[in-house]
Design a binder for this molecule. Structure first.
Ligand code: NOJ
Ligand code: CA
Length: 677
C-alpha cells in the first residue's frame, strides 16, 4: 500500500504553488490536496482536480475562548501517509456494499513559541472528494478547550452558483432552497451544493458530528466560505471538550455530474463502523398512520371530538396496514400533553401515558395479531430536558408493546430548545444543531438501541452519516417535507423535491412522507405535483422507512396508482443516478435488496420534458415486465390536469431505451419485474 502511495505521489505533475509542505492525492490521482505554512506560521490547504485549482489557499485553525487561538506560529513537526481500501456491507441502505478507498495524510503541527501546543490535521482524499479534521491530543498546555469557532475556510476558485438554505435564522432547516451566485450566500447550512461555471459540482458538508457543534458556512468575502459553529447556549463557547478530541470531518464532494454527488458514499465512509453489532432487528418498511388528517386539520392531536388517536380510528389504520402489506402504523396525538398550546411548550408531554380514548395495550395486541407494529411518537415541543427525564421509561413501554420505531419531534423555532440541568434549575436555550443537542440525539439513539428501537427525529440535527455507526438512527426530517403541502404558504414548488435530491439527501435518508395521491392540502389547496410524481418520490428520496402518507379513503380512490406504493421496497442492493441537473430533473434507478426487481423514479421541475433513458442498468440476459406509472396526456401541476395518469406495461431488456415524458411538476415510476425464462 505504502509503495503504491509513493508511486502515486511521484507521478503527480508539479504545481504552480512552490514550496508546499505536504501533499496527498486520491487513489485515481485526480484530486490533490496541498498544505502550506506562510511566513506568519499560518496553515492553509488547497485542492486541485486534474491539476486545476478547485479550492484556493484556505485557512485552518481553531479559535479558543479559554486560550490563544491555534492559528499562528505553526511548524510542521511530522507527516505520515497511508492508504486504505476495503469494502463494507450496510445492514440496510441505498446500496449493500460500499468501497472505502482513500489516501490519508496526517500532519502534526506544533507551535514554535510559548506553549508549544500541538495538533494534527488529517486529510483523507477519495476519488469523489475529501474530508479533513483536527485531532487535538491530550497535553498540559491544553487540557480543556472552549472552542469559540473554527477558522476553517473553503475558498472556491472558479465562479459558482449555489443551492443553499440559511443557517442561524428562525427556522431550523425547513426552507425552500435559494439558487444564487455563490457570492450572494450569507450564512448557509450544509450540505451546500455548488456548480462552477465550467460544470464542476461541489458539496461541502461534515461527517461524524459527535459531541461537537454543527458547522454553518458564513461567506467572508468573494467566494470564500468560513466555518461558523452553531452557538453554545448556557456553556458559552460553541464547543467545550477535554483533550484528546477530534472534530467532525469537514467534507468536500467533487463530481463532474450532479448525479455523482448523489452516488458518492464519502459521508458514510468517513464515519466509524457499526458499533451496535447485529441490527437485523430493524426492519426497513413502509408505514401509514394518523398524520395527514392532523395536518389537514380534519382531525386533531388534542383530545376532544376531533381527536385522531382514538382506539377506533387506530384500528381502522391497523386493518388498512394489514390489508395492504404495510408494517407500521404511526399514531400522533396518542399521549398526554397535546391539549392547549403545545407548539414550543412540551412541558406537559408524557410519553408513558396514553390519552383515555387510546387503549395502547389493546391496540398493540391487535396490531401484533395482524403482523403490524405501532410506531411511537415523541413530540417534545423542545422541552428536551423534560423528555430526557422520562426517556428510559418511555422506551421501556415501547419495547414492551412491540413498538420498535419511534418518530420524535423538536417543534420550536431555531435556538429555542429548552435545557434544564436540574429539575429546579433555570431553563436555558440551545440550538437544534449545537453541541448539547448533538449529544442529546446520540443519547436517545443509544438508549433506543439497547431496546432494539429505531429512531426517526423530525426537526432534528442534520445528518452527518452517523447511521453507519448507529444503524438504528434510520431516518429523519431536517428539510421542508410533505407537511408544507397541507398548510405551507407557499406549498412545495415542483423544483423543491429535485433540489432535495442534490442537497439535503447528500446527508442521508429523509422521512419526507410521500404518496399524497389526493394532491390536495388544507381547504382544497392544490399540491404542485402530478399523481405519477407522488409515486416517483418513493424511489428518488431515499429512506429505509417510507410513509404512505395519505388517508385510506383517498387511496381507495386511486387503487391503480396505489399499487406502486404497495410494491415499492425501502431497502436497496444498488442505486444509480441515470441523469439529473440540480433543481431541474432527475432519474434514479434502484435494485431491490431482497429480489431481482429494479425500480425507477424520475421527476421534472415546472417544465415538461422528455428524458431518454437507456435501460443498461438492468441485469444482462433477463427480460422484464416494466410496470410503468406515468403522467397521462395533458398532465400538468395545475388543476385537474394533476390527476392525468396512465398505467401501462411492456416487456424490456437492458438493450432498450425508454423515452420518459414528464409533465411540468410531473414524474414517472417504473417497476421492472424479471420474467420467467
Ligand atoms: C412536525 C413534524 O414534521 C410532523 O411530521 C409532525 O406531525 C408534527 N411536527 C407534530 O409532531
Ligand atoms: Ca417538520
Amino acid at each position: 500500500m505504502m509503495r503504491l502511495m509513493l508511486a502515486l505521489l511521484a507521478a503527480l505533475p508539479l504545481f504552480a504553488h512552490a514550496g508546499q509542505l505536504a501533499q496527498v492525492a486520491s487513489p485515481d490521482g485526480r484530486n490533490v490536496v496541498q498544505l502550506d505554512i506562510n511566513g506568519e506560521g499560518r496553515l492553509a490547504y488547497r485542492v486541485l482536480r486534474d491539476g486545476k485549482p478547485v479550492i484556493d489557499d484556505s485557512r485552518l485553525g481553531i479559535q479558543l475562548r479559554n486560550g490563544r487561538e491555534l492559528l499562528r506560529n505553526l511548524k510542521l513537526d511530522a507527516q505520515a501517509s497511508s492508504s486504505f481500501d476495503e469494502t463494507w456491507e450496510q445492514p440496510w441502505g441505498e446500496r449493500r456494499f460500499i468501497r472505502n478507498h482513500y489516501n490519508e495524510l496526517r500532519t502534526t503541527l506544533v507551535e514554535t513559541d510559548r506553549d508549544h501546543r500541538r495538533f494534527d490535521v488529517v486529510f483523507r482524499v477519495y476519488d469523489d472528494g475529501l474530508g479533513f479534521r483536527y485531532e487535538v491530543p491530550q497535553q498540559t498546555a491544553l487540557q480543556r478547550a472552549e472552542i469559540e469557532d473554527e477558522f476553517t475556510e473553503f475558498a472556491i476558485v472558479r465562479p459558482a452558483i449555489a443551492w443553499w438554505i440559511p443557517a442561524g435564522e428562525w427556522n431550523r432547516y425547513e426552507y425552500l432552497y435559494n439558487h444564487t451566485p455563490l457570492v450572494e450566500v450569507s450564512q448557509a447550512h450544509t450540505p451546500i451544493t455548488m456548480r462552477t461555471a465550467d460544470g464542476l459540482h461541489l458539496s461541502i458538508h461534515e461527517a461524524a458530528l459527535v459531541d461537537y457543534a454543527g458547522m454553518w458556512l458564513r461567506r467572508s468575502d468573494g467566494q470564500r466560505l468560513r466555518a461558523h459553529l452553531s452557538p453554545g447556549g448556557v456553556q458559552g463557547a460553541s464547543v467545550v471538550v477535554s483533550t484528546p478530541f477530534k472534530t467532525p470531518w469537514r467534507t468536500i464532494q467533487i463530481s463532474e455530474s450532479a448525479g455523482g454527488l448523489v452516488e458518492s458514499s464519502l459521508i458514510l465512509n468517513l464515519n466509524e463502523p457499526n458499533k451496535l453489532g447485529d441490527v437485523s432487528w430493524f426492519k426497513p418498511a413502509k408505514y401509514v398512520g394518523v398524520w395527514w388528517s392532523l395536518h389537514l386539520d380534519t382531525q386533531s392531536w388534542a383530545t376532544g371530538t376531533k381527536h385522531g388517536a382514538t382506539t377506533e380510528n387506530t384500528k381502522r389504520y391497523i386493518d388498512f396496514a394489514a390489508a395492504n402489506g404495510f408494517r407500521g402504523v404511526l399514531v400522533e396525538g396518542w399521549n398526554v400533553g397535546w391539549d392547549g398550546d403545545w407548539f414550543a411548550n412540551g412541558w406537559g408531554f408524557d410519553f408513558r401515558k396514553a390519552t383515555p380514548d387510546f387503549d395502547i395495550e389493546a391496540l398493540s395486541k391487535y396490531a401484533a395479531s395482524k403482523g403490524v407494529h405501532l410506531i411511537g411518537h415523541h413530540e417534545t415541543g423542545c422541552a428536551v430536558s423534560h423528555y430526557e427525564r422520562q426517556l428510559a421509561e418511555a422506551l421501556d413501554l415501547d419495547q414492551r408493546l412491540g413498538i420498535d420505531v419511534v418518530k420524535s419531534g423538536y417543534v420550536c423555532d431555531a435556538g429555542q430548545i429548552e435545557r434544564q440541568d436540574s429539575p429546579d434549575g433555570p431553563v436555558t436555550r440551545e440550538w437544534h444543531d449545537g453541541q448539547w443537542m448533538s449529544n442529546h440525539h446520540l443519547h436517545v439513539v443509544q438508549e433506543a438501541a439497547k431496546r432494539h428501537i429505531a429512531i426517526n427525529p423530525h426537526e432534528p440535527i442534520k445528518d452527518t452519516g452517523l447511521r453507519r455507526t448507529y444503524p438504528n438512527w434510520v431516518s429523519r426530517e431536517g428539510a421542508r417535507g410533505m407537511e408544507y403541502n397541507a398548510w405551507g404558504d407557499p406549498p412545495n414548488p415542483p423544483e423543491h423535491e429535485i433540489n432535495l435530491v442534490f442537497t439535503r439527501m447528500l446527508a442521508g435518508p429523509m422521512d419526507y412522507t410521500p404518496g399524497v395521491l389526493s394532491l390536495t392540502g388544507r381547504g382544497g389547496k392544490e399540491i404542485q405535483s402530478t399523481l405519477a410524481r407522488q409515486l416517483a418520490l418513493y424511489v428518488t428520496l431515499y429512506s429505509p422507512i417510507q410513509m404512505a402518507a395519505d388517508l385510506p379513503e383517498h387511496y381507495a380512490q386511486h387503487l391503480d396508482a396505489f399499487q406502486f406504493i404497495k410494491d415499492v421496497p425501502t431497502d436497496w442492493f444498488d442505486t444509480r443516478v441515470l441523469n439529473g441537473e440540480v433543481g431541474e430533473f432527475v432519474t434514479i434507478a434502484r435494485k431491490d435488496r431482497n429480489s431481482a426487481q429494479w425500480f425507477l423514479g424520475a421527476m421534472s421541475d415546472r417544465n415538461p420534458r422528455t428524458l431518454k433513458v437507456p435501460l443498461d442498468f438492468l441485469d444482462a440476459g433477463t427480460r422484464y415486465r416494466a410496470e410503468i406509472y406515468r403522467d397521462g396526456e395533458g398532465a400538468d401541476w395545475h388543476g385537474d390536469a394533476r390527476f392525468r395518469f396512465k398505467r401501462e406495461t411492456r416487456e424490456v431488456t437492458r438493450k432498450d431505451v425508454l423515452d420518459l415524458w414528464l409533465a411540468g411538476g410531473g414524474g414517472q415510476a417504473i417497476r421492472f419485474v424479471p420474467l420467467e425464462h
